[in-house]
Design a protein around this ligand. Structure first.
Ligand SMILES: [Zn+2]
Ligand SMILES: [Zn+2]
Length: 169
């Protein structure tokens, strides 16, 4: 799923404004790395961003992608999901929103909810520290994963048929 073009352009414009204000240099590679995350709804991890950008810019390195994503996070243009170490995933949606996460495939989707926005954090939380944002994560099994399970109830039998190759596009 892709973000609509007007929203991607809005995010790109915001990147330029934020970077200028903070004196962060925007190279072609940095712009393309942000554009990749800004145009996706799947909250990609570093590896996924790297593979996609590398297809357009073969000279880009994994290290550049990694460092750029954290620069963008530091600028406040990306937020992260998941653990700081390991498979951190990046989110370019700065609007107040919540997440649906599939526990099988990791599919992550944004949704908005005024009811969730209005949630009050319990007083017990204040003992941990200050609350700056509330983000609800709903977990479940996505449609695709549910259908896969329904299609193949017996997973013990191994298919020997040759795999069909999928054409891109
Ligand atoms: Zn799934
Ligand atoms: Zn999100």
């Amino acid at each position: 799923m892709a973000v609509i073009r007007a929203e991607v352009e809005r995010r790109m414009a915001q990147l330029k404004t934020f970077a200028r204000a903070r004196g962060v240099k925007l190279t072609h590679q940095r712009l393309e790395i942000f554009r990749e995350v800004a145009s996706r709804t799947d909250h990609p991890a570093v590896d996924a961003v790297f593979r996609a950008v590398q297809a357009r810019i073969p000279t880009v390195s994994l290290d550049t992608v990694y460092r750029t994503l954290w620069v963008l996070e530091d600028l406040g243009l990306l937020s992260t999901l998941g653990p700081r170490h390991g498979a951190v995933r990046f989110d370019a949606n700065l609007r107040r929103h919540h997440h649906y996460v599939c526990t099988r495939c990791g599919l992550t989707r944004d949704f908005e909810s005024s009811a969730f926005d209005a949630l009050k954090s319990p007083s017990s939380v204040t003992s941990f520290g200050q609350v700056v944002a509330t983000r609800v994560e709903l977990r479940g099994v996505c449609r695709t994963c549910s259908e896969k399970v329904a299609e193949r109830p017996a997973r013990t039998r191994r298919k020997t048929a040759p795999r069909t190759t999928r054409r891109a596009g």
